[in-house]
Design a protein around this ligand. Structure first.
Ligand code: HEM
Length: 510
């Protein structure tokens, strides 16, 4: 071999060796950098989980209460796992503010699940839409066209009429000294008001499946709150081990047939005789005129119809049920509310919506009840759209975030004697329910907060004021106020486990 050839081979060998060394050093540096940066990315503290299952085995019937107990040990920003899904739990006002205000944009999405995919037309509703242009457009449409102050005012005569029907029923029960199932009555009234506002007519039990309208909606809310393995272990989805996915698909079919029927009834119907255009009328007008500047077809209309129904029915009635429960448990507070109603309205006429602004003590009662019994104790789950550092902790993209407002309402560092029902704690305080004060968030806060707040609060204040103004309430069977059971039944909306039963006595002079 010539010297030239040997020099060439040696040079090439050297070059290859050098390249290999550079590649190895590069890879080593990359690994080191990864290790180093991993060290810096500290997840929030949390309980040790089991392989695959994560922390699912730690939870019983009341997730919000269990999370509160665990957070007491691990801190206000806590990290757990539901199966393979990373979950972050915020349990103090400061922690809630971090997710809902300081880093609001990052945590403005919602996780996908079997219910949102199947029942809500692949997340075309507002509640479970992922954060982005579609959600922004839908939210604008809902707030400006369906839930504006003008629209809420337009339904005032309907609310008066429906509440009048309930008051007449209770008056009759008072004359006969009969027990009234307040939970059922308030639930029916709230469902009727929602149906009239959204669909323009009341729907009866026979209108939705064999089980009936209200039972099917309860079914859906229940299944939406249950831990579905398919959501936490996506690879198990095809096995549907709990049979939930089959049930979700059955419900989706039932709802779709019902919503199609409602839309068909609206198409071609004249609006001229209607007191106020219902929400389906408004949605169909937008659809037919092509006024929406984004993809908006029949599926979107159906998704929003269902959203509004589900979001408004149980939240309002559950909130009212808890307020009435606390009033019956605290006769002194009940008396003060009635005294205020007498001062502002007297006993010669019924409460009008225009009176509500003047009822300051009632307002404090509503705040206090929402502090202890928020309808949605964990809000709705939020999801992070990118990696983020919160209070020094690394929160990976795709984490599910639960804001435990039930725990916040009972935090002893935030509230004096938190377990006591004391509306007077709000005397002279500027804390309101609008999401500006992170110690009290029954409607959430920030981008994903409740767009139905004004409507919800109007219904809650009106129903409570009317029922307490018109009647004195007595517990049946010699029951004492302290005996009222306040056990909770966890769900997306968390109600009392038992119905509230009481005997009315009419107290007005008309
Ligand atoms: C007392 C009654 C109500 C309560 C306590 C309540 C509470 C809530 C809560 C806690 C959230 C989730 C906030 C979050 O995840 O950060 C929410 C969202 C929502 N609420 Fe309400 N709500 C009530 C009434 C209503 C009414 C009457 C409507 C409409 C008719 C409505 C429509 C919605 C919608 C569409 C969302 C989803 C917003 C989004 O994801 O962008 N709510 N509500």
């Amino acid at each position: 071999m010539s010297i030239k050839k040997r020099v060439f081979i040696n040079t090439m060998a050297f070059l290859w060796l050098a390249l290999a060394v550079v590649a190895i050093v590069f890879l080593l540096l990359q690994q080191l950098q990864k290790k180093f940066s991993k060290k810096k990315k500290i997840l929030p503290p949390g309980p040790r989980g089991l392989p695959l299952l994560g922390n699912l085995h730690m939870f019983g019937d009341n997730l919000h209460q269990d999370l509160n107990k665990i957070a007491k040990k691990h801190g206000p920003i806590m990290s757990i796992h539901f199966g393979l899904v990373p979950v972050i739990v915020a349990s103090t006002p400061y922690a809630a503010e971090q997710f809902l205000k300081t880093h609001d944009l990052t945590f403005s999405s919602r996780p996908s699940n079997q219910v949102s995919e199947n029942i809500f037309y692949k997340r075309k509703n507002l509640v479970s839409a992922r954060y982005g242009p579609y959600w922004r457009n839908m939210r604008k449409l809902c707030t400006l066209q369906l839930l504006s102050s003008a629209k809420i005012l337009a339904f005032q005569p309907m609310r008066k009429q429906e509440l009048g029907i309930l008051i007449n029923f209770v008056k009759q029960a008072a004359m006969e000294h009969k027990v009234v199932d307040l939970t059922a009555k308030v639930g029916s009234l709230s469902a009727n008001m929602s149906c009239l506002m959204i669909f323009g007519k009341k729907y009866m039990d026979e209108d939705l499946g064999e089980k009936g309208f209200k039972a099917i909606i309860q079914d859906m809310l229940h299944i939406a709150a249950l831990p579905n393995f398919s959501d936490f272990f996506p690879f198990l989805r095809i096995f549907d081990l709990q049979g939930y996915n089959r049930r979700v698909k059955e419900l989706a079919k039932l709802f779709d047939e019902f919503l199609e029927r409602v839309i068909d009834e609206h198409v071609g119907e004249s609006n001229e005789q209607k007191q106020a255009k219902d929400m389906v009328d408004t949605l169909m007008e937008i659809l037919q005129s092509g006024a929406a500047e984004f993809e908006f077809d029949r599926r979107h209309v159906k998704a929003i119809m269902l959203d509004l129904l589900i979001a408004s029915m149980d939240t309002s009635s559950t909130t009212i049920d808890w307020i009435l429960t606390e009033l019956l448990r605290h006769p002194d507070v009940m008396k003060k509310v009635q005294n205020e109603l007498e001062q502002v309205i007297g006993k010669n006429r019924m409460v009008e919506e225009s009176d509500l602004e003047s009822l300051e003590y009632l307002d404090m009662v509503i705040k206090e009840s929402n502090r202890l019994h928020p309808a949605a104790p964990l809000l709705l789950p939020h999801e992070s759209i990118e990696d983020c550092t919160v209070d020094g902790f690394h929160i990976p993209k795709g984490s599910r975030v639960l804001i435990n407002i039930w725990a916040i309402g009972r935090d002893p560092d935030t509230w004096v004697e938190p377990e006591k029902f004391k509306p007077e704690r709000f005397q002279g305080s500027n804390i309101d329910l609008r999401g500006r004060h992170f110690q009290l968030l029954p409607f959430g806060s920030g981008r994903r907060s409740c767009p139905g707040l004004q409507l919800g609060l109007t219904v809650v204040r009106l129903m409570v004021a009317q029922l307490v103004h018109c009647f004195n309430w007595e517990l049946p069977n010699g029951m004492m106020p302290k005996d009222i059971n306040i056990t909770e039944k966890f769900g997306l909306v968390t109600a009392r486990a038992q119905h509230l039963m009481a005997i009315p006595n009419y107290r007005l002079h008309i």
